[in-house]
Design a protein around this ligand. Structure first.
Ligand code: M6R
Length: 591
């Protein structure tokens, strides 16, 4: 949800700002803008894609000492040039870019207008530069003005501010929205996410809530905004390589990230101690909740079947956005396992905060090391999948399934066996992804389905989760209405939608659900449905077969691969924007 990026240092400003913005574009892509200081504070911004805006204003040509920039995912105010960030103070000498939501902006705006401030946009963000201006006028001290402004804000915010009067400093503030500082030699970076500057430094500082950083070319100082005291921050070394954040010859990040599953699944291994610590937390808990959103929720749902079948543990998968409604069930004997690729999803973080207040322990499972979720958890596990840039989650899903599978098996003393199964699953995934015949078949099927209005997916047991995840992938990237169902559910209503030729994908692993799912496929076919089977063998009910390995214990990992590919090819056939689907953003950092 919006990307913010700032730089101060010895490099030419334009190219580095443009590069940082482009690398954050996955977080939002409605509009973009830059503020920089070069003989006065200047702002360039517009609605549209970064490339278009950059061409219009010649971002590459920007020169000066420092700059802050923004790529927007609109929340308050339409997608217009005026609403694009940066926003400026009345006198045009303070500029701000912001990610998050200022919940009390209406009251603040009213107050500021009564003090004579003139607003230009419909955004919540614009109150920030005006507030800072107000306090700066009173104190003459930019840091004090920021502290005072922060104390007035409710909601979630990561923002950067620059002052024309202090052209050597970027002020960075974080509360409930991510912000990370990249430490260079004679230069420093600040961004919503590490890939923005990974090419230049792997040394980072993660800001915590209510911290304010003062960033200049040769120094970074961090203060607690409540006590106003200086804070000593730990420096982390990011374990990702530059190549991890590049497309590496693939036409889209989505394809690159799907293909990376040939080796990312086993990258989860190697954290036995942390797994043991995590399974102890489960053993000590009377109630276990798996909390996540979107794809991560599907990984939780799939794992709830493993928890039940393998370990006899009742682990309830709950959508993070629904968690508040059941939070009364959570107490000091509970464990919340919160799963999030980004570790920054607002619904997940809010659920965790709520659970903590009720005395629950938190086990975080994240991809982004240093993320908010990791830092507020009592214990954490990483999936180590490397940066996932495409808005669609692909490799993070299979890695989340992997770590959850290891965890469940550790509970019953099967960790070593599970590791072997995982290695085998990765080999099967690699075979599928390296099979030109399979890729060709899926591409052909995508072409046939590309004009469909609806696609239904059915699966039973753990494959129900696969059907939901497959449907999400198809919807998100190809804009075809797709829905996943438990195989037995269609006849309770949805069967009414089946017409001659309606495509339905039956997920049929070689497990105890096979015969019943085939039976459900028969019911659909009898009403004219067109059945595409995901199975290791032909069956009379299938009009098309996508052949999958006969792996059973890790079928969610194996079976999702062809569905990810199908979604990708559907998007290509329909000319959709693969890496940046409309209306979406990679990390949803607003509630
Ligand atoms: O970073 P998280 O795993 O917490 O993100 C959760 C969802 O926003 C995410 O999985 C989303 O549904 C993806 N776009 C799905 O492809």
């Amino acid at each position: 949800m919006c990307g913010i990026f700032g730089y101060t240092g010895f490099r030419r400003l334009g190219p580095i700002i443009l590069e940082g913005l482009k690398r954050l574009e996955y977080r939002g892509y409605d509009s973009a803008g830059v503020a920089f200081i070069s003989s006065g504070l200047q702002v360039m911004k517009d609605a549209g894609k970064i490339d278009e805006i950059s061409r219009k204003f010649n971002f590459s040509g920007i020169d000066g000492k420092l700059a802050i920039s923004h790529t927007r995912w609109a929340t308050h105010g339409a997608v217009t040039q005026t609403n694009a960030h940066p926003h400026i103070s009345c006198n045009g000498r303070i500029a701000v870019v912001h990610n998050g939501i200022i919940e009390n902006y209406i009251d603040l705006k009213r107050e500021l207008i009564s003090l004579g401030h003139k607003f230009r946009s419909e955004t919540d963000t614009e109150v920030i530069p005006h507030l800072i201006e107000e306090f700066y006028r009173k104190t003459g001290d930019p840091l004090k003005a920021i502290f005072m402004a922060v104390s007035k804000l409710d909601g979630s915010f990561a923002f950067l501010a620059i002052f024309e009067d202090h052209p050597d400093r970027i002020f960075a503030v974080r509360y409930k929205s991510p912000l990370v500082i990249g430490l260079g030699d004679g230069e420093n970076f600040v961004a919503s996410d590490v890939p923005a500057f990974l090419k230049y430094t792997k040394k980072v500082i993660f800001l915590d809530d209510m911290e304010v950083a003062v960033i200049s070319r040769n120094s970074v100082e961090v203060f607690n905004s409540l006590t106003r005291e200086k804070v000593d921050k730990e420096i982390y070394i990011v374990p990702w390589s530059v190549e991890d954040a590049e497309r590496g010859g693939y036409p889209h990040f989505m394809m690159k990230e799907i293909m990376e599953q040939r080796f990312t699944i086993t990258r989860v291994l190697g954290q036995d101690d942390r797994i043991r610590e995590a399974s102890q937390l489960i053993k000590d808990a009377q109630k276990v909740f798996l909390v996540a959103a979107g794809t991560s929720y599907h990984a939780c749902l799939a794992s709830s079947y493993w928890f039940a079948e393998i370990a006899g543990v009742n682990a309830r998968a709950v959508l993070a956005s629904e968690f508040p409604s059941i939070s009364k069930l959570v107490d000091d004997k509970s464990l919340v396992i919160a799963v999030s690729q980004s570790g920054e999803t607002a619904d997940v973080l809010e659920s965790v905060r709520m659970a903590k207040k009720r005395g629950s322990k938190i086990l975080g499972i994240v991809n982004v090391v240093g993320s908010s979720l990791m830092r507020i958890s009592d214990a954490f596990l990483t999936i180590n999948a490397g940066p996932e840039i495409c808005v669609l989650a692909t490799k993070s899903y299979t890695s989340q399934l992997t770590i959850l599978y290891l965890l469940v098996n550790d509970l019953v003393g099967r960790l070593e066996n599970a590791k072997e199964e995982i290695k085998r699953a990765e080999t099967l995934v690699a075979h599928m992804l390296e099979s030109e015949a399979l890729l060709k078949d899926i591409r052909r099927i995508a072409k046939d389905l590309s004009a469909s209005e609806h696609i239904f997916l059915i699966g039973r047991g753990i494959s129900y989760a696969t059907s939901l995840e497959g449907a999400l992938k198809i919807k998100e990237v190809s804009y075809i209405h797709a829905e996943g169902f438990a195989g037995g559910e269609l006849k309770h209503g949805t069967l009414a939608l089946i017409e001659e030729g309606t495509p339905c994908i039956a997920i049929v692993p070689e497990d105890e659900t096979k015969d019943q799912t085939l039976g459900n496929a028969m019911e659909i076919k009898a009403r004219g449905g067109y059945i595409i089977g995901l199975s290791n063998e032909e069956h009379v009910v299938f009009d098309e077969l996508i052949r999958t390995p006969s792996e059973t214990s890790l079928s969610p990992i194996v079976m999702i691969i062809p569905l990810q590919l199908l979604a990708y090819y559907l998007a290509l056939e329909r000319g959709c924007n693969v890496d940046q689907p409309r209306n979406l953003a990679k990390s949803v950092t607003v509630l």
